[in-house]
Unconditional design. Structure first.
Length: 255
């Protein structure tokens, strides 16, 4: 369901259903506002078996464009968790999800698809990471140069948080590179956000010690690390951090 409001908290459009696919259960939605005035709703469909993700595109007048869009290329998809989206510099929409199917020739792992602002497919069947079920918890952000970066967790050896960079067409520019490594699935909840100067920052939860710490790491637009990891929060049970870019390359992190 969706409700839209103004800055003054005035309801512009009362609650309405954004998913045009109404069978089974629709869960864990993500919503993305588009530069042209519309928005996209992505959601997970739980059938109790072979689950999958879908998208619905809307124009600036809250009118649905066509019907639901299918991001997966192989019909054997088994999506897990929440799909995540970002708008690329050219106005296209990227969606990434965790797929555990073993019947897709690409195998399980993180998959992706690109659509234009009207919901027309640009690229499907993007292999974001892995040929195993160990990759998960994707987070995505668009880069000023036209491409994008995906952060993710990896629960096999060497366990940790990884990133990969891609061009605007979804071609991989770098294989998963370790942001932070841990032992026993202690690194999780990664978030990645582009900064105003063209760099990007990754944050995550480190549960390897007595407290669940929030850490971060700064990268340039090519994916090269600008220094080592830094502490954001050291005490308490901290998780699920969320980042917002600010002016002058700064950022805010909430957890």
């Amino acid at each position: 369901m969706t409700v839209t409001v103004t800055y003054a908290n005035t309801v512009v459009k009362p609650e309405f259903v954004t998913n045009t696919y109404v069978n089974a259960n629709q869960l864990t939605p993500d919503v993305l506002g588009l530069s042209g005035g519309g928005f996209v709703s992505a959601y997970h469909v739980d059938t109790g078996g072979a689950n999958f993700d879908l998208l619905n595109f809307y124009d600036a007048g809250f009118n649905v464009i066509g019907t639901y869009e299918v991001p997966y290329a192989d019909p054997h998809t088994i999506a897990v968790g929440q799909p995540v989206m970002t708008e690329l510099a050219n106005g296209n929409v990227l969606v990434v999800w965790d797929d555990e199917t073993s019947l897709d020739p690409q195998g399980p792992g993180l998959k992706g698809a690109i659509f234009d602002a009207n919901g027309d497919q640009v690229a499907t069947g993007l292999k974001i990471a892995g040929s195993a079920v160990f990759y998960g918890e994707p987070s995505v952000t668009a880069l000023a140069g036209g491409g994008f970066v995906v952060s993710m967790s990896f629960t096999s050896s060497p366990q940790g948080i990884y990133i990969s960079t891609f061009d605007a067409d979804g071609n991989k520019l770098s294989d998963p590179d370790a942001v932070a490594l841990g032992v026993g699935a202690t690194q999780s909840d990664s978030q990645v956000t582009a900064l105003t100067g063209g760099d990007f920052v990754v944050t995550w939860t480190d549960a390897s010690g007595a407290n669940d710490q929030i850490l971060g790491r700064h990268y340039d637009a090519t994916g090269a690390a600008l220094g080592s990891a830094f502490l954001i929060r050291t005490t308490g049970a901290n998780n699920q951090s969320s980042i917002a870019a600010m002016q002058h390359g700064d950022f805010a992190d909430v957890y």
